[in-house]
Design a protein around this ligand. Structure first.
Ligand SMILES: [Zn+2]
Length: 78
């Protein structure tokens, strides 16, 4: 089942050069673009940036769907 664990790896822990080990990271929204969002990952130990991730609009929709969120839409049929 190690392969499944690898797939579930969503940068909750990354290698930090300063701490010289894999550290839990904090996700910070760095930049919002029309078609994607860029997240910065900060080491919780020393606070340095250890990685970045770009989430495209399609992935964001997927993430929201998996999180159980539904977009609020006032769809009234008359
Ligand atoms: Zn660190």
């Amino acid at each position: 089942m190690s392969q499944q664990q690898f797939e579930n790896f969503t940068a909750s822990s990354l290698y930090c050069e300063k701490c010289r080990t894999a550290m839990p990271v904090r996700e910070r929204l760095l930049l919002v673009l029309p078609d994607k969002e860029i997240f910065d990952y900060l080491c919780t130990g020393c606070g340095s940036s250890v990685g970045r991730r770009e989430i495209t609009a399609g992935e964001k929709v997927m993430a929201q769907a998996m999180a159980g969120r539904r977009p609020r839409r006032a769809t009234r049929l008359r």
